[in-house]
Design a binder for this molecule. Sequence first.
Ligand code: ZN
Length: 273
Amino acid sequence: MRSLRFLGADRLPHLGILGGDGVRDLGRATPDRQRRLLGGGRLPVDGPVVAVDRWLPPVAANRIFAVGRNYAAHAGEGGHAPPTEPIVWMKLRASAVGHESAVVIPAARAGAVDFEGELAVVIGRAGFEVPPDRALELVGGYTVANDVTARDLQERMPQWTLAKSLPGFCPLGPVLVTADEIPDPQALHLTTRVNGEVRQSAPTADMLYSVATLVSFLSGLVPLQVGDVIETGTPAGVGWHAVPRRPLRPGDVVEITIEPIGTLRTRFVAAAA
Ligand code: ZN
């Protein structure tokens, strides 16, 4: 199933299912419905077809784990050796926004805001100390993430959470694709475009630590919970390591495509004067 969350006519979060005839509005996006969807349950698709005005993140994230330097070429463009175990930090879930959002580049961060196209994994079944060969059983679905980063803060601060959690710095979407439709998360391809120009293009097979390895690794440390999101790292091509640097500017549109999930589009804007 391809599901989404959006602001309904009642201005509350609704759950939608994307099908051949458009988006069907299933009503309120409750925790119970999300749990059933992520757990592999089929929801009755019987609501009216609606036009989505405002997209929300396709999942109400429980926690957002993010993984650094998980593609060798990206570690290399930053001058780093591939890590010897996954580098993990937390992204504040308050920074999560949906498809077609406008994200403000704070005036103090001008010239330092960058994109990172990533595959995001959503946990659908709780698990603790799960071996790699069982780890994909915990995955409920997948979406696309832009791990937006203030590079000046990232370079200045030893902990990356704040640099990557400014308001709107976690676009997710457009939809959640349930895990039954993506049997092999290492067989996907990620493409990031800025104003239509391809800036990142890599197969997810290039991940140093596969989705199964990352889920197993995290579950070996903390019990994973339904609704946890894991951003799996970005390939080479980010703006900060281009020569010369190419930070995001107001007016830039970043589109990250991973089929069969689709394209997550985000517009970057200047802070209101
Ligand atoms: Zn990242």
